[in-house]
Each structure stands twice: as C-alpha cells, then as structure tokens.
Design a protein around this ligand. Structure first.
Ligand code: ATR
Length: 278
C-alpha cells in the first residue's frame, strides 16, 4: 500500500507524447533501492482527455507525475495546491489524499536547485543568473532560484511582455526583465538557465557570446536532443560547465517519491545509471 493511504501503490506519468519519459524507470529504481514495491506506468493523454484520464487513474491510485504539456492543467484540476505549485501556476505532482481530494505540488524548481548546488557544484548564493524564457518551464524554477539566494535574476524572453509579467510577479527587485534584443549589452552571468522550448522545436537560438565568462555555468532544463543546441553554444562560448536537465529530472522525481513514500531515495546511483545509458 502507498504511504498513508489504503490505495494500491500505483503511479503514472501523464504527458503527450510520453513514451520518451524516463520517470517510470526512475521511480522503479527508487522503489528497488528503498525496498518499496510499486507499479509506475506512462499514460499518453491529449489535452482534451487529460482531466478525465487523471481522475479515472487517481480514483484507484495514489499519485501521478505530470509532464508537458499538462502541467498547467494539472494545477487547475487540483482541489488543493502547495505554495510551490501556486507560485509557478503549474504542477508536476498530483497526489490523491486519503479524503479523496487531489493535491497539486511542483518539485521542478527544488529539483533544479538541488542539482545545481549538490551535483554541479554551482554556488547560487550571490550569483548573477540569466533566465532565458518566461513560459511554463521558466515560471517553474524562477522562485526557487531566488529562494536559493541569487543576487540577481534577469529574465529575457522573445516576447518582452511575458518576461515583464514574470519578473513583476516575483515581487522583488532582484528579479527583473530585460529585452531579448539587449542580451548583448548585459555582460556576463554566473549561471545561464535555458528555459525556452526552442530546442524541443528544433530551433537554434542566436545568443551573444558576451553572456559567458570563464566562471559561467550553462544549464538547459531539458535533456537529450532538445538540449544539444544550447549546450553546444555554451561550450563554444567558453562556459566552465554546460549541463542538461537530467539531474533536475532525477531530483524532482526524488522529491515526488519522498512526498508519496515518506523517504527520499539516494539519487546518485540512479543518475549515474541514466547518464551511462544516455
Ligand atoms: P514551456 O512550458 O516548455 O516553458 P511555453 O510555456 O509554451 O512552454 O513557453 C515556451 C517558451 O519558449 C516561451 O518563453 C517562448 O517565448 P515566447 O513567449 O516569445 O513565445 C520561448 N520560445 C519558444 N521558441 C523560441 C525561439 N525560437 N526563440 C526564443 N524563444 C522561444
């Protein structure tokens, strides 16, 4: 039985497409490591059938992860929302509570920060950070970067109004928007977080090399082919490190696992195994 409920230990990740998702493998490895028997599948649901599919699944299961393009819809359908989900306006974790209500949570930002600090040894306290993009992925991590103590979070987006809206909603002077066309005038950053969907769409961003200095870490929130263009650019511009989002994926999954099972697994061996297979 799943932690704290009488429901079977059934879990799933919802996405569209979802066949590429590593979440089933990650949660099964976590389960093996912790001696917790669980079933974890991938469910492909189109936008129009997502809410019905989630309600049907969670009527007889304990929890679900949600990936693109359903994170905002997952947030909207929940009965209760954590602070992390509320500020992002999206959820990557849905949990059926013992009273039958659905709770939304977002572990993406915490996963990014943990991967940056613990695995990539990227100091965030006092750092100058550039966030490229202001869509769902960017909103999912912006507050956590500020919470981690960055000195300045500069948000640049192709559509300037969206960057201004995100910066405004952060409510702190450390978070500010800048025009995409002014990127060449911003100088270098300690960390550049790539959160646009350009790579997933097969589009290459034109970014000025002046954003990168010898201490810069480039981080793409995605992994696989979608991350390649940004990582190649960061390396060629001279970044100290160029990291894809595989570590973030494993860390956000570990936080979901902890929420459901009351125990956070050791992510190191699981990350190493996925990295070797990648
Ligand atoms: P996600 O949930 O993956 O973040 P999204 O909410 O649709 O998806 O946001 C996509 C982000 O990628 C947006 O910031 C988008 O910029 P716009 O707001 O101008 O649309 C950005 N994006 C997508 N393709 C881009 C491109 N070719 N160049 C620059 N930014 C791009």
């Amino acid at each position: 039985m799943a932690h704290g409920t009488a429901l079977p230990a059934r879990y799933a990740v919802f996405g569209h497409p979802v066949s590429h998702s590593l979440s089933p493998a990650i949660h099964r490895l976590f389960g093996e490591q912790c001696g917790i028997a669980l079933e974890y599948t991938a469910i492909d649901a189109a936008a129009e059938s997502f809410a019905d599919a989630v309600h049907r699944f969670l009527a007889g299961a304990h929890g679900a992860n949600v990936t693109l393009p359903h994170k905002a819809a997952a947030f909207a359908l929940a009965d209760e929302r954590s602070a992390a989900a509320s500020r992002a306006g999206s959820a990557n974790v849905l949990t059926r509570l013992p009273n039958g209500r659905l709770a939304a949570h977002n572990t993406d930002g915490a996963g990014l920060v943990r991967d940056l600090v613990e695995r990539q040894r990227c100091a965030l306290a006092g750092a100058r950070v550039l966030l490229l993009g202001a869509g769902g992925a960017a909103r999912g991590v912006a507050w956590d970067l500020l919470d981690a103590g960055v000195q300045e979070l500069t948000i640049a987006n192709r559509t300037a109004d969206t960057a201004a809206a995100l910066a405004g909603s952060l409510g702190v002077t450390r978070g500010r928007a800048r025009y995409w066309q002014d990127l060449a005038e911003l100088g270098g950053f300690d960390l550049i977080v790539h959160a646009t969907s350009a790579g997933m769409l097969g589009q290459q961003l034109e970014l000025p090399r002046s954003l990168v200095g010898p201490r810069t870490v480039g981080y793409d929130l995605s992994y696989g082919a979608g991350a390649q263009g940004f990582l190649d650019w960061a390396r060629s511009a001279g970044a100290r490190a160029a990291c894809d989002g595989l570590g973030m994926l494993v860390e956000q999954a570990a936080d979901a696992f902890a929420l459901w099972h009351g125990r956070r697994p050791d992510t190191g061996p699981v990350y190493a195994r996925l990295r070797t297979a990648a």
